[in-house]
Design a protein around this ligand. Structure first.
Ligand SMILES: Nc1ncnc2c1ncn2[C@@H]1O[C@H](COP(=O)(O)OP(=O)(O)OP(=O)(O)O)[C@@H](O)[C@H]1O
Length: 244
C-alpha cells in the first residue's frame, strides 16, 4: 500500500442546495479499519462517500474532512461502487488494470494476475464479463479497486446485487484483501454492517450516531449470536427505535 492508512475526521453540515441533508455530522473514522455508514435512503450516504473520494457531487460539506497525517486526501482514495462497472469488451485482466490504462501508464499485469488468483479467479483472466458470474465480476471489480493501492477505500453498496451466499463470501474476501486500509463501507444491510464494522454510524438528518458493536473482531461469523444480535439492533436503529 502507498502510505499508511490515515484516520479521518469528517465534520460539518451536509448540504444540497438550500437543503441540509445531515446536520452537525461528526464521524471519527479510525485508520486501518472498517467504518460502516448505515442510514435510511436519501440521507446522503453516497454523497458523503463521493465527497470523501473527491468525486463530483452537487452537495457540499460545510465543515471538512481531515486526515490524521494532515495531508490532503486527494489521490489517496479508491472507490468501489454498486454494480461491477466492468467494460463488456475487455477481459478480466484488462478490466482489473483499466485505471493504469486510462492514465496512459503501463499496467502491472503480474500484480493483477496475483490479485486475481488471490480473489479466486485463477484461470479466468481472459474471460469477458459476460462469461463470468455476478460474484466473479464483483471479484474483478474488487481487484480493480485494490490494484490502485490506495490507503483509503470507499465501498458504496458493493455487494448489494449479489445473492446471500455470494455476498457473504465477498464480504470475507474483501475483509481479507483490504485489511490494514481505512475502509468506509456504505450499506443498507444491517447484517453486512454487523459482520464487517470496526466502527459503525447511523446517519440521520440530525447527525451521526455511533452504534454499539460486538467485542469480536470482524469479519464476524454470519451465524454467531452476537452478529445476529447486532443485526437486530441495527434494524431497530434504522427503524428509529431508541435502543441500538
Ligand atoms: N446528482 C445529484 N443531483 C441532485 N440531487 C442529488 C444528486 N445525487 C444525489 N442527490 C440527492 O441527494 C440526496 C442524498 O442522496 P444519496 O444518494 O447520497 O443518498 P443515500 O443515503 O446514499 O441514499 P440511498 O441509500 O438510497 O442510496 C437525495 O435526496 C438525492 O436525491
Amino acid at each position: 500500500m502507498t502510505g499508511a492508512a490515515p484516520a479521518l475526521r469528517i465534520a460539518g453540515d451536509l448540504r444540497l442546495g438550500t437543503q441540509t441533508l445531515c446536520r452537525d455530522l461528526l464521524l471519527e473514522v479510525p485508520g486501518g479499519g472498517w467504518t460502516v455508514l448505515l442510514g435510511r435512503s436519501g440521507v446522503g450516504k453516497s454523497t458523503l462517500g463521493r465527497l470523501i473520494a473527491g468525486l463530483a457531487t452537487p452537495a457540499r460539506l460545510i465543515g471538512g474532512i481531515a486526515a490524521s497525517d494532515d495531508r490532503p486526501l486527494a489521490g489517496r482514495v479508491a472507490v468501489m461502487a454498486q454494480g461491477d462497472q466492468l467494460l463488456p469488451w475487455a477481459n478480466a485482466l484488462s478490466n482489473a488494470t483499466i485505471g493504469a490504462q486510462l492514465r496512459g501508464k503501463a499496467p502491472d499485469r503480474a500484480r493483477a494476475r496475483t490479485l486475481l488468483a488471490r480473489a479466486g479467479l485463477n484461470g479466468l483472466e481472459h474471460r469477458r464479463p459476460a462469461q463470468l458470474s455476478g460474484g466473479q465480476r464483483q471479484r474483478v471489480a474488487l481487484v480493480r479497486t485494490l490494484i490502485e493501492d490506495k490507503p483509503v477505500v470507499v465501498l458504496d453498496e458493493p455487494f448489494s446485487a449479489l445473492d446471500a451466499g455470494t455476498r457473504a463470501a465477498m464480504q470475507d474476501l474483501a475483509a481479507r484483501m483490504l485489511a490494514g486500509r481505512t475502509v468506509i463501507l456504505i450499506t443498507h444491510d444491517p447484517l453486512e454492517a454487523a459482520r464487517l464494522a470496526h466502527r459503525a454510524f447511523l446517519l440521520g438528518s440530525e447527525g451521526a450516531r455511533r452504534l454499539d458493536l460486538p467485542d469480536r473482531s470482524p469479519p464476524r461469523p454470519i451465524d454467531a449470536a452476537e452478529t445476529l444480535a447486532a443485526q437486530g439492533a441495527f434494524y431497530g436503529a434504522l427503524l428509529g427505535r431508541a435502543a441500538a
